[in-house]
Write a protein that binds this ligand. Structure first.
Ligand code: FE2
Ligand code: FE2
Length: 138
């Protein structure tokens, strides 16, 4: 499966790994709904999961930023900008008229969600791993 968690994706911080796993789970739910070829319209369910993704993303970003701030991580500003960009994009996706343009918007949605996960969790977030690990944060 596409959104399958692997231990190597971890940053060795229990709470953050838990939150990242949850984000993978939500991403998996979205991709299952979008890619379901069962002849049903999953629009309403997709909107519910998208809202869940937004809420959880906001919560997760706040947590990460709080931790980076608390320990004085030097990459905080850059990291915050990336978070802000993802939230804006998520909001834009939610406001798009998915119903009117389903096929294309849903493919964009999948691309975005996998970008957010592959691009941010697996690259940008890895940038604080050593820093936090060296400080002994679990
Ligand atoms: Fe993260
Ligand atoms: Fe992050």
């Amino acid at each position: 499966m596409y959104f399958e968690w692997k231990d190597s994706y971890g940053v060795n911080i229990a709470e953050i790994d838990k939150q990242h796993k949850k984000l993978f789970e939500i991403g998996g739910k979205i991709s299952d709904l979008v890619l379901a070829k069962d002849g049903y319209d999953h629009y309403d369910e997709i909107m519910v999961v998208l809202e869940e993704l937004k809420e959880y993303t906001l919560k997760h970003f706040r947590y990460e930023e709080m931790l980076m701030e608390k320990y004085g991580f030097e990459g905080l500003d850059q990291h915050k900008i990336e978070h802000m960009f993802l939230v804006k994009k998520l909001e834009r996706m939610k406001n798009e008229d998915i119903d009117a343009n389903q096929e294309e918007t849903l493919l964009n949605l999948i691309n975005f969600v996998s970008d957010w996960i592959a691009g941010h969790i697996l690259k940008t977030d890895m940038g604080y791993k050593e820093f936090f690990n060296a400080k002994g944060i679990k």
